[in-house]
Structures are given as C-alpha cells and as structure tokens.
Design a protein around this ligand. Sequence first.
Ligand SMILES: Cc1cc2nc3c(=O)[nH]c(=O)nc-3n(C[C@H](O)[C@H](O)[C@H](O)COP(=O)(O)OP(=O)(O)OC[C@H]3O[C@@H](n4cnc5c(N)ncnc54)[C@H](O)[C@@H]3O)c2cc1C
Length: 358
Amino acid sequence: MAGSPSRLFDLAVIGGGVNGCGIARDAADRGAEIRTRCRVSRLARTDGEWRIEAGGETFRARAVVSATGPAVLKLLGLADQPAVNSMWLVRGSHIVVPKLFDHSFAYFFQLPDERILFAIPYERDFTLIGTTDVDHEGRLDEVTASAEEVAYLCEGASRFFTTPVTPADVVWTFSGVRPLIGDGSGRPEAATRGYTLEMSDENEGPALLSVFGGKLTTYRQLAQHAVDKLKERVPSIDSGGWTDRSALPGGDLPVGSAEVKIAELTARYPFLERNWADRLLHAYGTTAWTILGDAASLNDCGEHLGQGLTQCEVDYLMAQEWACSKDDILWRRTKLGLHMSSVETAHLSEYLKEKAIA
Ligand SMILES: Cc1cc2nc3c(=O)[nH]c(=O)nc-3n(C[C@H](O)[C@H](O)[C@H](O)COP(=O)(O)OP(=O)(O)OC[C@H]3O[C@@H](n4cnc5c(N)ncnc54)[C@H](O)[C@@H]3O)c2cc1C
C-alpha cells in the first residue's frame, strides 16, 4: 500500500498475510508500493479521503480495503465504523512429524467427534497432520498450538497409523486463527469457510471494504469481487478483470510439468542435486532461473549456508520478497528450518547480520 503523504492513492490495501508474498511481488511489479512490518495505528476520513497512519508515516487514499483476517473488526474500530457481521475466532493448529508413510498421497480420516483429520506428505521427510478447531482468546500475533491440541492430533493420527504418533515425535507446530463469520451454531467445523465483503455506506464518505473469512483457494475470486464492488465508488479502480488469465511470478509453467522443468533446471545448472532442484522449482517456479542467474558452479551461488540454501537465494529473498529475518527465510518462505542444524541456522543469522550492516 501507500507512499508519500502528498500522493493520493486510489486504493490502500491493509493486510495480506504470510501466504501473500507472490501476490505482493506481482503487485509491486505492476506498480503498487508495498510496506511490510507496517502496522496501521489510525484510520480516519478527512476532507473526502482516507488518512492512514502506519509505521510513522501518513498515507492518503481514495478507498481502503481491510484484508486483515482475524483483525478485521479491530480495523473497523480504528475507523470508527460499525460492523454488520460478527466474527468467530477459531484457532487451527498443525503438527509436523517424521514421515509416517512412503508415498505422495494424502489421507483424510474422520474422527469420532465427526471432525476431519488429514495427514499429508510434507517437505520430503515429514508428514503434516491437522487441524484443530479451538475458540481463540488472546493475542493475534502470538498464536501457538496448546499441549491439548498437540495431544488431540497425535491421538487422532494414532487411530489410523500402525505406529503411534506421540507429542515426542512432533518436530514443529504451526497455528493460525480462522476469522469465521459468526453463525451462532457453536460448531466451528460446520461454519462456512466462505467469505463476505462488507462495504461502508456511501453516506459515510470514502469507501472502506472489509473482508470477512475466505480461503487461499478462493483468493483470486474474492479479489475480483472486491474490485467489482470498489469500482462503483472509485471508477479508476476498474481493472477490467484479467487475473484469471495471468500467472503469479514464477507460475508460468504448465500444470503437471514439474518433472520436465526439474530436468531442464538440472540440465541448465548441472551442479544442482536433484533434491535441491526439486525444492527450488516447487518454491519459486520459473523464478528459480532468475535466482541462479549465470551460475556455472556451486561457488558462483555464493556461500553455501546449508541444506542447499545459498547466498544467491537469500539475497533474492531479501531484495525481492521482503525477507529480513532468519524466520522469514527458514520458515515463512522455504521451510528449510525443518532440515537445518543449529550450526547452519547460526551461520545464516551471521550472514544476515553482515548484510544488514553492509
Ligand atoms: C488453521 C488454518 C487453516 C487454513 N487452511 C486453509 C486451507 O487448507 N486452504 C485454504 O485455502 N485456506 C486455508 N486457510 C485460510 C487462509 O489461511 C486465509 O484465507 C488466508 O490466510 C487469508 O489471507 P489474508 O492475507 O487475507 O489474511 P491473513 O493471512 O489473515 O493476514 C492478515 C494480515 O493482516 C495484518 N494486519 C492485521 N492488523 C493489521 C494492522 N492494524 N495494520 C497492518 N496490518 C495488519 C496481519 O499482520 C496479517 O499479516 C486456513 C486458515 C487457518 C487459520
């Protein structure tokens, strides 16, 4: 979003979570200004436009979209705007364990409480098991799996696999808070995972569109729907609806072409081991070629930081995908944290420190 206080933007989008990196990159390539780690602290209508205070700057916009997930009611509060929809905050947790089976298919099981449990091959050597549905109270920026959730997932998986899964097997957990639209049913698993767009009334001034709910799988349609609504209030926002014919950065490869592309990648860069090429292709698509550039040997990729992570990939993530911490690189973007030793992680931290100083 945003820019200098003097510039009036057509649209400011607040939010966009950890999964939005490719979308942010695409938006930046098309002229959007992106600010990360920039929390909006104030949102007010002044002189027929929005004034947005965030990260020590003030931005101006004709319209605002709040895509702040579970914080959407907070943003409405900041803008002094009443909410029509209510929200139900439900935490979902996942556990990762050493791999439980040796094939590439996923399992879906039904538990005695009628909830679904899945076990999915994950990051080559692991199995991902999820999820839970637990009312979430407390902070939204520190969401972790409770011991009860870990035990629930272990017990659930142990019903179906011959080797029992125990909390001691868990190598990593991750959790998020689902912003479900309140339906009063008391059954989070039955609540819709669909989305609702709530548009402020025209009489209140510049538009504020709040996104309630949603899924990654429906994000493009949601965004198109949002733009269709916004163009009624800010006609210059009309994009003509082109995103169904456009790939996100690196996604310009045919469905089912992974094996062919991995072979092309290893042919172009013979020093790449197969696992490394596989990871790069699945993480970056055709951008893998950009990351490796003219490298003719492993040495040309800069320092090897461990597990196939080299300086050229880290530099790309910092320059192009707003990475600034080891967690951004090892967990948010690559999941190499599952494979790296503490010595390798410390080595990456050192490298990042040097880069920040340089
Ligand atoms: C447990 C769980 C499992 C899921 N499983 C699936 C699945 O299997 N398939 C699927 O399609 N979808 C799934 N989803 C849904 C998917 O994660 C969401 O649809 C998606 O993350 C929504 O993206 P978003 O960028 O709109 O919002 P979010 O990812 O919620 O990000 C909101 C962002 O807004 C930021 N923010 C909040 N307040 C402010 C502020 N004041 N100023 C600036 N920024 C702010 C937050 O920091 C955050 O980065 C799951 C969600 C959860 C929680």
